[in-house]
Design a protein around this ligand. Structure first.
Ligand code: GPU
Length: 835
């Protein structure tokens, strides 16, 4: 076919942006794609028709981007992540295309409810929390900054579970996000790859007389890519999120099938397709399950094969310069098997010698660490690892042997160091340490906030940082202002833009200009009115969802994040109970009214986290209905916290709870989203809180608690929580209140595991930080009474959050790690001479 002559024709109804064209396109899609006429169309039919109308308008940019990459062959970054927590696509795509308002008008002119259509989208919850959402923010920024990039991950059929609450307890419900179809993805079965598992290896001599290794697997699975376009904000660059779905390799079952074993053959199909069935819902807690390692290897192998095919077959480039054209960012160790897999592909499939293969691999990979928690550091039992990936285990042994020889040369007779640095943990049962593998195989290793990187170098990866200091660097996290301000907070966006124009959306540092309006009475009043209006919306939602009436003039004090002991939602609860006790003792006490709002999921197997959710709901039941409290405090647990819901919550907050034990939260990103939307933070010196406080100013941040170094000192000396319990009467009263069965209808056993853990271990030092937290909460209450001053602080928080745009983070990765040049993409329908 003469493809050069056939330009992609721009057909008006597929690309036109006139209101009339949009309306016609929506009805056209309803008819031709959904096969419905208005009288019988459901809300979902209209959502689909609208989504396809938007998709048509971005697909042209997507294809031009991909054609440009094919032609220019730029250096690209591949972001490998087991999780992408994208959130709903529709609203975001409308923002990034710059057609949000006109599409709303078109939809309304058709007599449809625009908000209801946005609400209709089932979000792809293909992640647990911060790590997965960070990956999504980074995709947005990479496209916005015109960085050629691909996100690679897994197309889980079931994402993070939906959370329901029964009798105060979390109940998990399967997330069937694909049930109504997904208009944002395109399946590419023609670009599938095969992935091998199990079996054994064999040595052989190739035609050149060299000794080579062949892997003879005992199972094979196919990975089918599903592509989703990732639009940049007001740029034509449209990158790809490529998620792999597991399918049976039909040919592999032929023997069984022909032998008449129909059920055996189908059984294998079911087995294969289990692979991408469900996201593991354990955030920062490894389980060591074989299926999880299979998932990791599956998507990593597909992704690397895909890159190599693009490089060698499509672009005709030699494999020896693979690392010049591709760099891989490993989102934690979940894809760390990529180090061994790239080695295998180079050695066994491309016949490259060890030293060159190692050079290519190590020049390709870069690793981001996202936690120091020991229970989250991935390690795989050697037996399991070897039975699933026998060839990779051999390669890892070889990498390790060569590496430990270097360590021995550099640090003679330091056996302890050898033991610590080895990829294989041999202290008891043997394990493969994935952080060591990722670190060794990468040219760059980074933490996600200044403190975290410092602790990483001091602690978990100390020996590596000493040996290869130049490989270590910090990249403080960021979040996208497009989703977490423009889309989620249109009212604030409008006010800000009316004062400083709209360049801040691409260059968040420009928010600084808001500082000059702090003294403007009118501006402050508008700022306050907006917060109030948003709080009213959330109050209505709470009324609908929980049947609780809340006072919109009270402090909206919000803690929304995964449930984890280190995040200390139960410290927040101790504050609530303390206030409650004070009100019981003195019903006329004048306290600033507060609404405590919680949201978040607990890992299904994490009993303590689930018990904390139960405690919150139990306290809520008592406090909300006690006449002595007289509406001065309300406690609300909002179920099923996800991205869609987070977008409602951040803008409504007065106070953001960032109260992890210092040294435990690698960065946090919710902290940034709250503060950008004008919430003040009560927080510890942990993760990015430290940098947020530096930016917004100590006077606009409520700091409490021990520092990370004090925490380790106290722990080293032998921490005894009981001393605090005995010495602090309010703390004692709060704990005793729980213990007495007061919140559990007399059941004194219910919260025993929680209270016992605090009184006798308290691994996260709640008791040590309790008084400081209570004191600073008292200051918060006082400060809120001066609404005018509070509003100034709120404005200054937003104005000074420029640093925490994910655009800044990505610019740093681009310049200091990836070394990639931006590539401008020609806009559709316009003459363009870029390429
Ligand atoms: N994080 Br490891 C997760 O959400 N899940 C994980 O499995 C691991 C880390 C989080 C960190 O807890 C949080 O502090 C950080 O902001 C986020 O990753 C992104 O870096």
């Amino acid at each position: 076919m003469q493809t050069e002559d056939i330009q992609i024709r721009i057909e008006d109804d597929r690309t036109g942006l006139e209101i009339e064209t949009l309306k016609r396109a929506i009805l056209d899609n309803l008819f031709y794609i959904q096969g419905k006429f208005p009288e019988i169309a459901t809300l979902n039919d209209y959502y689909m028709a609208l989504a396809y109308t938007v998709r048509d308008r971005l697909i042209h940019r997507w294809l031009i981007s991909s054609q440009t990459y094919t032609k220019v062959q730029p250096r690209e970054v591949c972001y490998l992540s087991a999780e992408f927590l994208m959130g709903p696509h529709l609203g975001n795509n409308l923002i990034n295309l710059g057609i949000y308002d006109r599409m709303r008008q078109a939809v309304q002119e058709l007599g449809l409810n625009f908000e209801a259509l946005l609400e209709q989208e089932e979000e792809p919850g293909l992640g647990n929390g911060g790590l997965g959402r960070l990956a999504a923010c980074y995709l947005d920024s990479m496209a916005t900054l015109d960085i050629p990039s691909v996100g690679y991950g897994i197309r889980y059929e079931f994402g993070i579970f939906d959370q329901d609450i029964h009798d105060g307890w979390q109940v998990e419900i399967t997330d069937k996000w694909l049930k109504n179809g997904n208009p944002w993805e395109i399946a590419r079965p023609e670009w599938a790859f095969e992935v091998k598992f199990g079996g054994r290896t064999e040595r052989y001599t190739d035609e050149k007389g060299r000794s080579r290794v062949k892997w003879i697997p005992d199972r094979m699975v196919q990975g089918v890519p599903y592509d989703t376009p990732i639009l940049g904000y007001e740029t034509s660059s449209t990158n790809t999120l490529r998620l792999w779905s597991a399918q049976a390799v039909e040919s592999f079952d032929f023997r069984a099938f022909n032998a008449g074993d129909y059920y055996g053959a189908v059984g294998n199909k079911v087995f294969s397709e289990n692979l991408s069935k469900v996201l593991y819902p354990n955030d920062e807690q490894i389980q060591g399950k074989q299926l999880r390692l299979e998932q990791q290897y599956f998507f990593v192998s597909c992704s690397l094969q895909d890159m190599i095919r693009t490089h060698c077959d499509r672009r005709g480039l030699p494999i020896s310069i693979f690392h010049e054209k591709f760099t891989v960012q490993l989102n934690d160790t979940h894809p760390a098997i990529a180090v061994a897999e790239l080695m295998r592909l180079l050695l066994d499939e491309h016949g490259i010698e060890w030293d060159q293969a190692w050079h290519i691999t190590q020049s390709t990979m870069a690793y981001t660490n996202h936690t120091l928690l020991p229970e989250a550091l991935e390690r795989w039992a050697v037996g399991l690892f070897g039975s699933l990936l026998p060839r990779h285990l051999e390669i890892i042994y070889e990498i390790n042997g060569r590496f430990l020889n270097e360590v021995r040369l550099r640090y003679p007779k330091d056996d302890e160091r050898i033991r610590r640095m080895s990829i294989i943990d041999e202290s008891g049962d043997r394990y493969v340490r994935m952080a060591n593998l990722a670190t060794l195989g990468s040219y760059s290793i980074n933490g996600v906030a200044e403190l975290h990187t410092q602790l990483l170098k001091q602690d978990v990866l100390h020996d590596f940082a000493e040996m290869y200091p130049e490989r270590f660097n910090n990249k403080t996290n960021g979040v996208t202002p497009r989703r977490f301000m423009v889309l989620s907070n249109p009212r604030l966006t409008k006010l800000i833009t009316s004062k400083i124009g709209d360049h801040w959306i691409r260059n968040l540092q420009e928010l600084r200009q808001l500082e000059s309006f702090v003294e403007d009475l009118e501006f402050r009043s508008e700022w306050r009115q907006i917060k109030l209006a948003i709080k009213r919306d959330l109050a209505n939602y709470i009324q609908e969802q929980n049947g609780i009436e809340v006072n919109v003039d009270s402090i909206f004090d919000i803690q929304a994040k995964r449930f984890h002991e280190y995040k200390r939602q139960h410290l927040n609860v101790l504050h609530i109970i303390t206030l409650y006790n004070r009100l019981k003792a003195n019903p006329n006490l004048d306290i600033t009214p507060r609404t405590f709002i919680f949201g978040g999921k607990a890992a299904p197997g994490y009993q303590m986290a689930k018990l904390i959710i139960k405690l919150i709901n139990s306290v809520a039941d008592v406090v909300n209905s006690d006449p002595d409290v007289r509406d001065r405090i309300k406690v609300v647990f909002l179920k099923d916290y996800n991205v869609k819901f987070a977008q409602r919550v951040y803008p409504a907050a007065d106070l953001s709870e960032q109260i992890s034990t210092a040294g435990k939260e690698a960065s946090g990103t919710g902290n940034m989203k709250f503060s950008m939307n004008g919430a003040l933070t009560i927080g510890t010196l942990d993760g990015a809180n430290i940098e947020i406080r530096e930016e917004v100013g100590a006077e606009n941040f409520f700091l409490f608690g021990l520092t990370a170094s004090k925490v380790s000192q106290i722990k080293a000396k032998g921490y005894d929580p009981m001393q605090y319990y005995i010495a602090n009467s309010e703390l004692k009263a709060a704990i005793d209140r729980i213990n007495s069965g007061f919140f559990s209808k007399g059941d004194t056993a219910l919260f025993k595991p929680l209270v016992g853990s605090l009184m006798y271990q308290d691994p996260y030092l709640l008791f040590a930080d309790y008084q400081s937290y209570i004191d600073v909460q008292t200051q918060v209450g006082e400060a809120y009474r001066d609404q005018d001053h509070w509003t100034r602080m709120s404005i200054l928080n937003t104005a000074r959050m420029g640093k925490f745009s994910s655009d800044r983070s990505i610019r740093e990765y681009v310049k200091e790690v990836w070394k990639i040049d931006p590539l401008k993409i020609c806009p559709p329908n316009e003459p363009c001479s870029i390429h």
